[in-house]
Design a protein around this ligand. Structure first.
Ligand code: DP6
Length: 359
């Protein structure tokens, strides 16, 4: 695999002090990434909707220092020093150092905040790592002014992937594919690409209401989860199925067949959890209220001939997906019938978004 295009050219420009702020979104996978090999190479291609309201805002201040062997950084989350998050970020810097050697020449102060409630169970690694990647690319493009926007986004996604796989899908929008797939032109295991074909209008402005069923700490980290796909009895078939589902959803997104979209997306969510149920050690991340919500969605869909459906990530929360045309009706249904299954009745209404923004 050719990663040499991502090694930063050396620069003789000297910048003493600078800072950049980026807002980058979370994303929700429709075809799931679950299983990887080193270094952060997915076992199958995945596709996600980029979100709009769920995002991270990160500022990095860079201060020039003597070049040493160590990456020096301080980390603040919502205004407070957060040493607990440091090992994950330190591991990220170690993985990217050959591509961004300039990180040894700056002391970095990272200030980060999320738009969604802390420990809401919403994966913050995608938005968190993509924001850091964009700040690094802003520095890199000051050091080397010839970088194109296309290259900056591609390398940001490449770097973000090395921090957290799904973060590679949080640079652009509204639909991003990560993982090499024969039917998606330009797709790669190394970075995410915008879905390259014209999407049917029904999938524009799609809505995602995130029902916060369980806001507790994750029982199983995603890295542990991915590792359980090694020696998993169903792994190889699962990877084939995911790539096949990616071919199918690619057609569905183009032709606007919402009924097939619903079937595929819900099946992907349940299959992801089936992989957890059938791994060893096995685990259950759904809660009783997750199932209450799923059953209520099915009932509502049947009774109202609605196009509402659900997906799940590696947790108990439910993402309710629906076309914009059904927004008022579904929002009423969520408020009146589903919010009681959420912790403190909390849910977040989001829509599909367009990716990273510099502030
Ligand atoms: C279930 O991207 O969080 O949300 O690469 O280990 O950081 P790491 O994993 P992560 O896994 C996300 C898994 C998922 C499905 C998906 O987003 O595709």
């Amino acid at each position: 695999m050719n990663t040499s295009e991502f090694i930063a050219a050396s620069s003789n420009k000297s910048i003493e002090k600078t800072s950049f702020t980026w807002q980058t979104p979370s994303n929700i996978a429709l075809v799931k990434y679950w299983g990887k090999s080193n270094p952060q190479i997915p076992k199958n291609a995945s596709i996600s909707f980029t979100l709009n309201n769920c995002h991270t805002i990160t500022t990095i201040e860079f201060e020039q220092k003597e070049k040493t062997e160590e990456v020096e950084f301080d980390l603040f989350f919502e205004g407070k020093q957060k040493d607990a998050f440091k090992p994950k970020i330190a591991a990220f810097f170690t993985r990217i150092k050959e591509y961004c050697p300039y990180i040894f020449e700056y002391k970095m102060t990272i200030n980060s905040e999320n738009s969604f409630p802390h420990s809401s169970g919403i994966a913050s690694s995608a938005s968190g790592l993509s924001a850091i990647a964009m700040c690094l690319m802003s520095l890199e493009s000051e050091l080397n002014t010839s970088l194109s926007k296309e290259y900056i986004n591609k390398k940001a996604s490449f770097l973000a992937r090395l921090g957290s796989g799904s973060a590679s899908r949080s640079i652009e929008g509204p639909l991003v594919v990560w993982g090499n797939h024969p039917e998606i032109e330009g797709s790669s295991d190394l970075f995410g690409v915008q879905f390259p074909y014209k999407v049917h209008s029904v999938f524009e402005n799609y809505q995602d209401a995130i029902l916060l069923v369980d806001k507790g700490e994750k029982q199983v980290s995603s890295t542990v989860g991915h590792n359980l796909m090694h020696n998993h009895p169903y792994a190889e078939n699962r990877f084939l199925q995911a790539n096949d589902n990616l071919s199918k959803i690619s057609e569905i997104l183009k032709n606007g067949d919402v009924k097939s979209f619903i079937n595929l997306v819900e099946s992907e969510a349940l299959t992801l959890h089936a992989m957890m149920l059938t791994s060893n050690p096995y685990f259950i991340l759904m809660k009783p209220n997750t199932l209450e919500i799923i059953n209520s969605i099915w009932e509502y869909r049947n009774e109202n001939n609605s196009n509402i459906c659900f997906t799940l990530d590696a947790g108990a929360n439910v993402h309710v997906l629906y076309p914009e045309a059904e927004k008022d009706a579904v929002n009423n249904f969520i408020e009146n019938k589903l919010s009681k299954y959420c912790q403190k009745n909390q849910y977040i209404c989001d829509t599909v978004g367009f990716g990273a923004k510099q502030l």
